[in-house]
Design a protein around this ligand. Structure first.
Ligand SMILES: [Zn+2]
Length: 424
């Protein structure tokens, strides 16, 4: 039996001919830069409809980014045309085959291809002005952390008992203990207790030397803990909670590694270098101001660390005079209790007083729907806001109508200077 009978075939031919006629007739007038053609066509329609339609489109266009920018020189117009042409090519390719449209895909699977895109390379080379939303231990590519930091002397790895010995499985699963930290001498093992399976400290350099395979088991385990990239991200992170767990796990893993004072300084300097190479000229960095350590046991608190940040950024600006500089937003974790918040608020005041030009303000960070809503701390934050500018993360979730959702309202009422994310 044929798929269509004769009447059905005739109907399809008529419809196809009609569509062809319409597109040929009207394409020159209604073709958009994206290659989409309008299909509502009639020469005898009410003029008001078309006028109103044009007005609405103009209004929309007027509100879009860059709408009021005047390209005054021929060079600017030519550069714009060059960029837009490349953009339309990617858009049209995406319309033909949505799988090729990278912004539509999970970033974890197409990140490498995004970096190779012509548009991305053009944008990469353009001057950016400022980065106003970045987090301390997340501004450096994980490859640098791996190749530079994990090959330094005095770095110990806490690995499951028996790891590296004959007959022991050659992998460390994500749920097993693995820590990296710098020590002067080998510390005592961490004993098994409760959910903690315990681990033994071993000099990383020795663990590597004793494993002749390629890649070495310890290196595979370290790399897995440094990045969210997974072969099938939708399976690895089926919910936002799962993604947050992995995300927070990376910060927990790198914190003892990076908070060794010489590493922290180099890491920050590397972050500035990577931003500078991307043509960024100014940075406002959110930092929890974690405690730093030296091998001799010396510890540094929030104010010491803010001074370290200032010293390193001054050094960077001295070597790169076209880089405008850095300011800090002190941003401790929002999953805190009342007395911890009091402590944060008092640190914020102290920091602002000691380094008024270097401290831009205060924020709270972490998974928004698991932390306390801003309203719980509103009175204290309002009073802090009189001396220290506020920059809240808010609207990161789609929990519509809950106290988390109200964070946006409180952020605005608290006179936040900017809102991080603002998704809802
Ligand atoms: Zn953020």
């Amino acid at each position: 039996m044929p798929a269509y009978d004769a009447t059905e075939c005739l109907r399809l031919v008529v419809v196809a001919a009609l569509l062809l006629f319409i597109s040929v007739q009207w394409a020159p007038m209604y073709s958009s830069p994206y290659g989409v053609r309008a299909s509502i066509i009639s020469g005898s329609q009410d003029e008001d409809y078309w006028q109103r339609r044009a007005e609405l489109l103009n209004e929309e266009q007027d509100r879009s980014i860059g709408a009021r920018m005047n390209l005054s020189t021929a060079e600017e117009r030519a550069a714009n045309q060059f960029l837009m042409q490349a953009k339309y090519i990617e858009l049209e390719e995406g319309q033909r085959d949505a799988r090729k449209f990278l912004p539509k895909q999970n970033f974890l699977t197409v990140g490498k291809n995004v970096a190779k895109s012509r548009i991305f390379r053009m944008i990469e080379a353009m001057p950016k002005g400022a980065v106003l939303h970045a987090h301390d231990t997340a501004i450096v590519s994980w490859g640098w952390v791996y190749t530079n930091v994990t090959y330094r002397p005095n770095l110990y790895a806490c690995v499951p008992p028996g790891f590296g010995e004959p007959g022991f499985p050659d992998q460390i699963d994500d749920n097993e203990q693995l820590m990296l930290r710098f020590f002067k001498n080998e510390p005592k093992p961490i004993e098994r207790s409760g959910n903690n399976p315990g681990c033994n400290w071993r000099l990383l350099q020795e663990l590597r030397a004793n494993d002749t395979r390629s890649p070495k088991a310890i290196d595979r385990a370290i790399m897995r803990r440094l990045t969210m990239i997974a072969p099938k991200p939708e399976e690895a992170y089926p919910t936002s909670d799962a993604a947050w767990d992995k995300f927070v796990g990376i910060f927990l893993f790198i914190t003892p590694l990076l908070t060794y004072r010489p590493v922290y300084e180099d890491h920050f300097y590397q972050g500035l270098t990577e931003l500078y190479n991307d043509n960024v000229l100014y940075l406002e960095l959110r930092t929890t101001l974690p405690p730093l350590y030296e091998l001799d046991g010396t510890q540094y608190g929030p104010l010491d660390l803010a001074r370290i940040y200032k010293r390193v950024s001054d050094k960077f600006v001295e070597k790169h005079p076209d880089f405008i500089g850095v300011k800090l937003i002190y941003a401790p974790l929002r999953q805190c209790n009342s007395s911890e918040l009091d402590e944060y608020v008092s640190h914020a005041r102290e920091l602002k007083q000691a380094l008024p030009d270097f401290i831009a303000g205060f924020d709270l960070v972490g998974q928004e729907d698991k932390g306390k809503p801003l309203v719980d701390f509103a009175d204290r934050l309002k009073s802090l806001g009189q001396n220290v500018q506020l920059f809240f993360h808010a609207g990161e979730t789609n929990w519509y109508g809950t106290s988390v959702d109200d964070n946006l309202i409180d952020a605005v009422l608290l006179n936040t200077k900017r809102i991080g994310h603002g998704y809802v």
